[in-house]
Design a binder for this molecule. Structure first.
Ligand SMILES: C[S@@+](CC[C@H](N)C(=O)[O-])C[C@H]1O[C@@H](n2cnc3c(N)ncnc32)[C@H](O)[C@@H]1O
Ligand SMILES: [Zn+2]
Length: 218
């Protein structure tokens, strides 16, 4: 999908990627088994400016963990209706869906098996689901095909050295800033819009519990 490819770049040099996932600037060629480009950099390749990365062992440990146990899974008789109903049990998901315009380009970082990416892939939105773990991404990509969602592109990439256009995450040419904001939410608006920043599930749950308590005592 061209609209999605335009949001991705070569993780080595940030050049544009052609339809065959080769880099038009440095010539690197990326594989895309099952339609999921592998934009992970090898350990000896240089990362882009201001993306110093001393965490390779930790990142590998995280990848191994999720590769062995991708979650959440998809049950045997799932459907798009099931996925939407399940997602809408969460106030957080409903609020996101209401807040994001129908023609938005969405990047979900750490999308896992992609259930939020698929849920948000309504109207004319283009969704990139980015994650380290191919096993999880594959479950998401297979579900997207099953549900007839063709505006979602899953991509295997490490947020520390991402194959993502710099302005994709933040509207600013500064992905270190994006990493920082992901650790310290909420994110402020940027010239291109308001980044939606994932937060630890415990925070979401306690936030929802607080708002439900407020509603019941009002
Ligand atoms: C707890 S799971 C959440 C999955 C999904 N967002 C959800 O809520 O169901 C965290 C995900 O973050 C991914 N992840 C962790 N570190 C990452 C990194 N450096 N770059 C990209 N993805 C990463 C993991 O592979 C895993 O799929
Ligand atoms: Zn390149």
């Amino acid at each position: 999908m061209e609209a999605a490819r335009e949001l991705l770049v070569c993780p080595a040099c940030e050049g544009a990627l052609a339809a065959d996932w080769s880099c038009s600037a440095c010539g690197a060629c990326y594989e895309a088994p099952d339609g999921i480009p592998n934009l992970l950099l090898g350990p000896n390749l240089q990362s882009g400016p201001n993306l110093q990365h001393g965490n390779d062992a930790r990142v590998d440990a995280v990848r191994r963990f999720y590769q062995n146990a991708p979650f959440p899974g998809y049950p045997p008789r799932d459907s798009l209706t099931w996925l939407r109903a399940r997602a809408e049990r969460s106030e957080f998901a409903r609020m996101l869906d209401h807040a994001i315009p129908g023609d938005a380009k969405i990047l979900e970082i750490g999308c896992g098996t992609g259930q939020m990416s698929l849920y948000l892939a309504r109207a004319n939105r283009v969704v990139i689901g980015a994650d380290l773990t191919r096993g999880s991404l594959l479950l998401g990509a297979v579900a997207a095909r099953r549900f007839g969602l063709d505006r979602v592109q899953f991509v295997e990439t490490d947020l520390h050295r991402p194959g993502l256009r710099a302005t994709c995450a933040t509207g600013r040419d500064d992905r270190a800033w994006a990493l920082q904001r992901i650790r310290a939410h909420p994110a402020p608006p940027t010239p291109l819009g308001r980044p939606v920043v994932g937060v630890p599930m415990d925070t979401v749950r306690s936030g929802v519990a607080r708002s439900e308590k407020r509603a019941s005592t009002a």
